[in-house]
Design a protein around this ligand. Structure first.
Ligand SMILES: [Zn+2]
Length: 300
């Protein structure tokens, strides 16, 4: 009998989403054509995100409840009703930890942590254990393995001296992304759920002001952040990675995409994809779109 990754009880395991399924529904619904492409295999149209056998039924339900709360009280109000700021209660930290825990569990299972130093690997094991205890209500907070959130939005102009990717707005506003990243002095899980950029801290020394999700509740909304310098470049690397995987789409697939847009131009013009593209075009000129029209990060 397999063992549940979270509660460690023997059970048949459910195929659990790393990023909640509703996020992919949102991406499809607001995309130019109603289709998605998988970041790992952009040659096929995908309808859903990565799923792995991870949790028993009870733990899966525990995560589902948190996902519903996030969808209904934060994600949809901000995305659909343009609510600028929302309050959150204690459950939100649990939701964030549940995402970070899934990413780290998956990365360790698949041996995707080889780039970490020995010390960072030890910290990762500690983080995973602490996050599991918190998720199972055995401890009151995740300790030093904090959850940090940055709410991203459209960017109007490039900060001085910084190198932007031409798909920056599509990446910031719409992409779904998962990563386990490190530098010499920091290590974190990273999840991007549309404009919500979530960091599960494993090791960090620099200031991340305005980002911490607290156990007792707080608000999510636009604010001034103070982030390590490297984070911006990290995001641009991710944006570049996304656009490169979309360049692998064949000429036939490109034609199909263009045909879909021609068939239903209204859908395209009203889509979130188009809105994000417009921001990129405003910033970089037509090059941002017409020369790389398939760079859209996760949707088409
Ligand atoms: Zn379980």
């Amino acid at each position: 009998m397999p063992v549940c990754g979270l509660c460690k009880k023997e059970a048949s395991l459910r195929a659990s989403h790393i990023i909640p399924a509703f996020v992919f529904r949102w991406l499809r619904e607001t995309s130019a054509t109603g289709f998605l492409r998988s970041g790992t295999n952009p040659k096929v149209r995908a309808q859903d995100g990565l799923k792995v056998p991870l949790l028993c039924e009870e733990c899966e339900q525990r995560f589902s409840r948190l996902e519903r709360q996030f969808a209904n009280s934060i994600f949809y109000p901000m995305q659909r009703q343009n609510v600028a700021e929302v309050e959150y209660a204690d459950w939100f930290l649990k939701f964030c930890v549940s995402i970070s825990w899934r990413i780290l569990t998956y990365a360790i299972q698949r041996d995707l942590i080889v780039h970490f130093s020995e010390a960072q690997k030890r910290e990762s094991t500690q983080a995973l254990a602490r996050w599991a205890q918190f998720l199972l209500d055995e401890v009151a907070h995740p300790g030093r393995f904090e959850q940090r959130l940055v709410l991203l939005g459209a960017i109007g102009r490039a900060p001085k001296g910084r190198q932007f990717q031409p798909n920056v707005n599509r990446y910031f506003m719409r992409s779904v992304d998962v990563d386990l990243a490190n530098s010499e002095s920091s290590a974190f899980t990273f999840a991007k759920i549309g404009p919500f950029a979530l960091f599960g801290m494993i090791e960090f020394v620099e200031r991340w002001q305005g980002t911490k999700i607290t156990a007792n509740g707080g608000t999510v909304g636009p604010r001034q952040y103070e982030l390590p310098r490297g984070i911006f470049d990290y995001w641009m690397e991710r944006a570049k990675h996304h656009s490169q995987s979309y360049r692998k789409i064949s000429a036939a697939q490109q034609e199909k995409l263009v045909a879909d847009i021609r068939f239903n131009p209204e859908r395209f013009l009203n889509s979130g994809t188009f809105e994000a593209m417009e921001h990129d075009v405003r910033m970089f000129g037509r090059d941002a779109f017409w020369n790389h029209k398939l760079e859209s990060a996760a949707d088409e």
